[in-house]
Design a protein around this ligand. Structure first.
Ligand code: ZN
Length: 749
């Protein structure tokens, strides 16, 4: 899809244009003309952060990086700060002596060749990394840059650029290493790689969200503003870095336009730097004018073949192309995109903003005659982030390959957003008369953040009140041959409790250790927990689920599942548990689980700390009393020096009230699952984690959870992992199943 509206102008004697059909406001011809008349050798990379628009000119041609490489240095600095190898507030000596990468011979920088003199005035003293980073970016100080690079090591900067998908940015060395320059050992970049680095910052992925915010703030304080900013309306936020040496003028920016974008312009071959800047401003103007006329969210088309109505897979592709990695989530963008599709079909649209900019819930209501209470379909818009280098495809391209839609959220839960949205759209398209309102909710902050459905329920309960709801939860599991084995519909979620172990001992000098060392004491307690497992506890839903597994699995597993579900022989259950619990999911379904997640002990190298602390995340079977858990832990640890307490906040999930299987909606789901997947077992299910269903279940409203598309066991492991995908056929089957359920539940009889 990224090639959809892109053009690659190949550098050659006669420039070759590959221009696809596009309506009148197309900046490409204008930019090509600007480049041609300038006489310069120019590379351009432009992409909106929503991934909808892209324009590339010589994107992979190498240029001397000049000071644009300081972007890569900045990222590596924040990465090392995050990793703890340095602190941004560390003060480092300001000494003007560096070493050539050629032979290690020393060289010094000349203040008259540098763009800034302030750092030289601090020679002999110390400056913090934070101050140096500011000087490196905002006034492009070479001295500051070399000082930072000496501490980071150029090869680390390089490694990080590659890891972020920007191998075209090659940082070999600091600035003014003449011996290296004479041998052609220069820092280089391509427009594409520089764009990739800026996008990583803009999307909070370069290090983490907090670091990105700080980097953007530094880049926004840029003092060289005659390039990209000069081509933009005054007042727009621009975070950018320039780079200029003889016959080189570059600029690379994140532009916070109504549709935010990144733009890189690399210019080579002009003697007059003013001309280079003016050309960059002109190119920026052309890009901005073109993108300003395309409204957000409605521009996206899909690379899938269309045959009339849009398919669920097409919609999913489009949703994946909005990067909703949380943090920050940007759920508002997805809400806008969906609203633009639902509104024309007659849905009442309400976008509920949260206190966090860019984060919103979408409620779309298709009106019925009011004779029954509404049904609600809830799907979270946000996703977890990605380890991009471990993906074989762009996780935000919405690529369709070999019958599967690939991308972050394909399963969890943009696939569900797409299925639920298409199902309700079909109700409107087919003008199904409705006895009750059908509410579609695209949620923010499900993947662990404050403005989730619990927040929405506190602030807008009247808008989401309903008789029952659908949400993520159970699975439709198919075998490798594509045959659906079972459909599990979750009726409850496991809860969660944080338990803190605190060991105490004498705090003293490390040269004279005593037997009551707090860290040893804590670790002995942890070792006991590691060897311990809680007892098997079956809920009615889990028992049915295990009966289903007994029918759909091969021996000997089938027998073990049957034993657990039906036997009263504790020893037989324990033997079966030992086998089936090798699968972490099965293990988790059967019991309260114990997972140490945080440890905190000690503060310096020559002090034995007086205490050591561990936090344990326990995921609980409904009905578990947290105080009983504390007693259980105390019993297992059996050491009075270790205190066991409940964590106050952060790790707790309120207890889940299981939803009844005796409702119209549950019965209809079972019926439609059987009809859609003949021969498949259908079972209720206890979901192994927590979901946003809490907002309704805690108010006594039944919620049924399903990932509404058949997936294989292999595909299940890709969820929250790499190369997440769902098949096009599965999406259509799931849409049919949900649509028929809605017709049955909400349609007028
Ligand atoms: Zn999810």
């Amino acid at each position: 899809m990224l090639q959809r509206c892109s053009v690659i102008l190949l550098a050659s004697v006669a420039t070759v244009f590959t221009v696809s059909a596009r309506p009148s406001i197309d900046p490409r011809a204008e930019i090509a003309a600007l480049i041609r008349t300038s006489g310069a050798d120019v590379a351009v990379a432009y992409r909106t952060l929503d991934g909808e628009d892209e324009l590339l000119v010589q994107p992979d041609v190498e240029y001397h990086a000049a000071s644009t490489m300081k972007v890569a240095v900045l990222i590596e600095l924040f990465r090392q700060a995050r990793a703890g190898t340095l602190s941004l507030d560390d003060q480092i000596p300001v000494v003007n002596q560096f070493h050539s990468i050629v032979d290690g011979s020393p060289f010094a920088l000349d203040v008259s060749d540098d763009s800034d003199a302030a750092v030289y005035k601090r020679s002999g003293g110390r400056m913090s990394y934070r101050e140096l980073a500011d000087a490196m970016i905002t006034v492009s100080s070479n001295f500051a840059t070399n000082l930072i690079i000496e501490h980071l090591a150029a090869e680390n900067i390089q490694k990080t650029a590659v890891a972020l998908g920007a191998p075209g940015m090659r940082v070999l060395r600091g600035v003014e290493d003449d011996k290296a320059f004479q041998r052609g050992l220069n820092n280089v970049t391509t427009a594409r790689s520089l764009l990739t680095l800026l996008e990583a910052i803009a999307k909070g992925r370069a290090v983490d969200e907090a670091a990105s915010r700080e980097m953007v703030a530094i880049l926004e304080r840029q003092t060289f503003n005659d390039g990209i900013p000069a081509g933009l309306p005054p007042g727009l936020r621009v975070a950018h870095k320039t780079g200029a040496i003889t016959r080189i003028q570059h600029d690379a920016a994140i532009v916070y336009a109504p549709r935010p974008f990144t733009l890189v312009v690399l210019v080579r071959g002009l003697d007059d730097p003013k001309k280079g800047a003016a050309l960059t401003a002109d190119i920026t103007r052309a890009v901005y004018r073109a993108q300003a006329v395309r409204p957000a969210g409605v521009a996206g088309q899909t690379t899938l073949p269309t045959n009339g109505a849009a398919t669920t897979a097409q919609l999913l592709s489009e949703l994946i192309r909005v990067d909703n990695s949380n943090p920050p989530g940007h759920e508002r963008q997805l809400a806008d995109l969906l609203a633009a599709k639902l509104k024309p079909l007659g849905f009442d649209i309400e976008i509920v903003p949260t206190p966090e900019t860019g984060k919103a819930h979408l409620l779309a209501r298709l009106r019925g005659d009011g004779s029954k209470k509404p049904i609600l379909l809830a799907a979270h818009a946000d996703t977890v982030g990605v380890e991009r280098d471990k993906w074989s495809v762009d996780p935000f391209a919405g690529l369709v390959k070999e019958g599967h839609v690939y991308g972050r959220g394909a399963i969890d839960f943009k696939g569900g957003v797409a299925v639920f949205a298409r199902a309700v759209m079909m109700l409107a398209e087919h003008k199904v008369p409705l006895a009750r309102d059908v509410i579609f909710l695209s949620e923010a902050d499900e993947e662990g953040a404050p403005y989730n459905t619990l927040w929405l329920a506190r602030t807008h309960w009247d808008k989401m009140d309903c008789e029952f709801a659908l949400n993520e939860g159970g699975w439709i599991i198919k075998d490798e041959a594509g045959k659906v084995q079972y459909v599990s519909i979750s009726t409850a979620d496991k809860g969660g409790v944080g338990i803190i172990l605190t060991a105490r001992g004498t705090s003293t000098h490390s040269s004279m250790p005593r037997p009551d060392n707090a860290i040893f004491t804590l670790n002995k307690a942890m070792a006991k927990l590691a060897d311990y497992d809680t007892k098997v506890q079956l809920t009615p839903a889990t028992r049915q689920f295990f009966m289903t597994l007994a029918k759909t699995s091969a021996p000997p597993l089938a027998g073990h599942f049957r034993t657990i579900a039906t036997s009263s022989d504790a020893a037989a259950i324990a033997r079966a548990d030992k086998v089936v619990s090798k699968d972490p999911l099965i293990h988790a379904l059967l019991r309260n689980t114990i997972a140490p997640v945080l440890m905190n002990a000690g503060f310096r190298g020559n002090v034995i700390p007086g205490s050591a602390e561990a936090t344990i995340n326990v995921r609980t079977i409904p009905g578990t009393d947290p105080n009983t858990l504390v007693e259980e832990f105390q019993r297992v640890i059996a050491d009075p020096r270790v205190e066991v307490t409940l964590a106050n906040q952060g790790l707790g999930l309120p207890p889940s009230v299981p939803s009844s299987e005796d409702t119209e909606l549950f019965r209809s789901l079972v019926r439609q699952a059987r009809a859609t997947f003949p021969g498949a077992e259908v079972t209720p299910y206890l979901f192994q984690a927590g979901t946003d269903a809490m907002a309704w279940r805690s108010r006594g409203i039944p919620v049924y959870g399903i990932y509404p598309y058949p997936i294989t066991a292999d595909e299940l492991t890709r969820m929250h992992g790499n190369d997440e995908r769902v098949s096009v056929q599965s999406l259509e089957q799931g849409t049919q199943m949900i649509y028929r359920t809605l017709v049955e539940i909400a349609g007028k009889k």
